[in-house]
Ligand binder design. Structure first.
Ligand code: DX5
Ligand code: ZN
Length: 218
């Protein structure tokens, strides 16, 4: 089922000293992608619930907290309280994925599950019917500005077929190294939710960058 491409700018590479101004440049996006990093699961430390809370009311975009953290169970209540609309947890960070997804959905939020490039799809099967998003990392998480790992495209294709064969409602997101050189390939492979940080906030015209990504026809 072909759906309009969603664009989710990541603020990781935005100007943190002028976040309100940065948010005003991306009002035409579909989601605000918040890269939460704890310096343990990934080798970088970004920001947390207090900053996310301060963004509430400064953007009309629904917020997705991409939790690149160990022990996500402990942080989920804080992001719910901070007012995000979706929480995306890494499958690698919990032995209780079904319980975490159920918790997020019981709280009325959308649920996403992220997989690192080297993580196989197989662990998703049980929770897939309950997911709003599977986020396939196209870089090893921790930093913006990296190159897309092309080997993940085959994972996108397999997941697209699996979801379509079962008429599931879950979107396929890709995250890392997405720009006008790579977006056509990932969309052709089956992605319909594009996270982009450097391409959008590194552009002289972020609104045009968003328009470009949304205009890709495959
Ligand atoms: C990486 C993050 C990505 C990253 C995307 O760990 O999850 O969201 O910020 O940045 P670009 O688009 O610059 O690769
Ligand atoms: Zn991310």
């Amino acid at each position: 089922m072909k759906r309009a491409i969603q664009v989710a700018p990541s603020i990781l590479d935005a100007d943190f000293a002028n976040l309100q101004g940065e948010l005003e440049k991306i009002t035409t996006a579909d989601w605000l992608h918040l890269d939460i990093m704890d310096g343990h699961f990934v080798p970088n430390l970004s920001f947390g619930p207090p900053l996310v809370k301060s963004l509430r009311g400064k953007t009309a975009l629904p917020m997705d907290a991409h939790l690149m953290v160990d022990n996500p169970e402990a942080l989920i209540p804080l992001f719910i309280e901070a007012g995000v609309e979706m929480i995306t947890v890494h499958i690698e960070t919990t032995p209780h994925l079904h319980r975490l997804v159920s918790l997020i959905r019981t709280e009325g939020l959308k649920a996403g599950v992220a997989l690192n490039p080297g993580t196989p799809l197989e662990g998703l099967q049980l929770v897939l019917p309950d997911l709003d998003l599977v986020l396939l990392m196209t870089v090893n998480p921790g930093y913006g500005g990296q190159k897309l790992i092309r080997g993940v495209l085959e994972k996108v294709e397999r997941l697209r077929k699996y979801i379509d064969d079962r008429s599931l409602n879950c979107r396929i997101g890709v995250d890392g190294g997405i720009n006008m050189e790579t977006a056509g390939e990932v969309i052709a492979a089956g992605a319909d939710h594009l996270v982009a940080g450097t391409y959008i906030f590194g552009s002289p015209d972020p609104a045009a960058a968003i328009r470009n990504l949304k205009s890709i026809m495959v």
